[in-house]
Design a protein around this ligand. Structure first.
Ligand code: PHB
Length: 397
């Protein structure tokens, strides 16, 4: 027999205190709907986990108009385009000109810090560093979350709606019986070798570079820290690479007649990111609703992961709010289909950007020239460029 568990009652029980779980809890609080968030990691671990850094305008709006924080506008950087670089030449995709929108460079860690601060400011109930999380009674009117808190005390949350925002490794998705969910996924034959370096930006905007040696992305964090990636074999070990070798490889992938030169500095983090596309269907089982990475994963090439999670949360929030106000379940019943429509659109966008920009190890001359033909088609056509700009800056909901 385990020790007695304290029972907590709330309207919405949320597993996962990343941006999706915290944003949902924030929106619900604004509508007078109480929630409790449980998260297995501690605050510091999440704050220091590096993820992508690009926010669509819709995500920025959720943070600013939603009363989370305006820090994205003061500390983030608005980017009105990106460079697609191939054959050693940069081609600017001008988002403002093409679709009248921008994106913001604002690292996911900062989004997390803002959301956690907003929850603390508004008296939100967020429990960090919990263990042994389980979800149960999912097909009843009172789904439950069991967990042990950081001090070792046992709890059971009884809620009306349970939200799984616990990422791709979380317990929620796995709590759906295998015969009730379809797992759609593909793996890619490459990974990203990512670095953080203390250096000034090498270019005003992000550079997505295709070369015979493979893809490279020259991204940024702020005026003094930069984020860069290059396509690598999924079995590569970052520890085998010296700083000199990394800079040489990155430089070779952006070399061109314009003499574009990366600004180098000390490298203080090296990671290998594996690529996967995954969608769980449906994003619901009884009273359990999946949001963000708990339900789907995209490869990082279009920076869609966080943005997609926030888009799920917007749809789910409206459905929960409507259920709370009217006891009608129609919007909740429609959540999965509505969220999945955007998810699949983003899956395609990320897949397209990934396959267009990366170079397969076995690519022969035909494949290389075809790939350059595709890239030329995108940059030479206003329609092609606008398609990219729409997807990158984010489709209307
Ligand atoms: C990043 O800065 O980490 C980043 C930016 C754009 C991407 C992916 C990652 O498409």
């Amino acid at each position: 027999m385990g020790a007695a568990r304290t029972v907590l009652k709330t309207k919405v029980g949320i597993v996962g205190g990343g941006p999706a779980g915290l944003m949902l809890s924030h929106l619900l609080a604004g509508a007078g709907i109480e929630s409790i968030v449980v998260e297995k990691r501690d605050y510091e671990t999440i704050r220091t986990t590096h993820r992508a850094g690009i926010l669509e305008h819709g995500s920025v709006k959720m943070l600013t108009d939603g009363g989370v924080s305006n820090r994205v506008l003061t500390d983030g950087h608005r980017h009105e385009g990106i460079d697609l670089r191939f054959g050693g030449i940069s081609h600017r995709i001008d988002f403002q000109d093409l679709v009248g929108e921008s994106v913001w460079l604002y690292p996911q860690n900062e989004v997390f810090v803002d959301l956690a601060a907003a929850r603390a400011r508004d008296g939100g109930d967020v429990r960090w560093a919990v263990s042994g999380t389980e979800v149960l009674d999912l097909t009843t009117d009172t789904p439950k979350i069991r967990f042990t808190d950081a001090e070792g005390a046992g709890f059971e949350i009884h809620c009306d709606i349970l939200v799984g925002a616990d990422g791709s490794q979380g317990v929620c998705r796995r709590a759906i019986p295998a015969e009730q969910r379809r797992e759609n996924f593909i793996e890619y034959p490459f990974a990203w070798f990512g670095i953080l370096t203390e250096a000034p930006p090498s270019a005003p905007e992000l550079v997505y570079a295709n070369s015979d040696r493979g893809f490279a992305l020259i991204s940024q964090r702020n005026d003094t820290i930069q984020r860069m990636y290059f396509q690598a074999d999924p079995t590569e070990n970052p520890d085998d690479w010296t700083e000199e070798q990394i800079w040489e490889e990155l430089q070779l992938r952006v070399d061109g007649p314009d003499g574009f030169e990366l600004k180098r500095g000390p490298i203080f983090e090296k990671t290998l990111l594996k690529f996967r596309s995954y969608v769980c269907e449906p994003l619901r089982y009884g009273g359990l609703f999946l949001a963000g990475d708990a339900g789907h994963t995209v490869p990082p090439t279009g920076a869609k992961g966080l943005n997609l999670a926030l888009a799920d949360v917007q749809v789910l929030f409206e459905a929960i709010e409507s259920f709370h106000a009217t006891s009608e379940k129609d919007l909740l019943d429609g959540y999965s289909d509505q969220a999945l429509a955007r998810v699949w659109r983003a899956q395609n966008f990320s897949y397209w950007m990934t396959s267009m920009l990366h170079t397969r190890a076995d690519a022969g001359p035909f494949e290389r020239k075809r790939a350059l033909g595709e890239l030329t088609g995108v940059v030479a056509s206003r329609h092609g460029s606008a398609y990219l700009a729409e997807g990158y800056t984010g489709w209307p909901s």
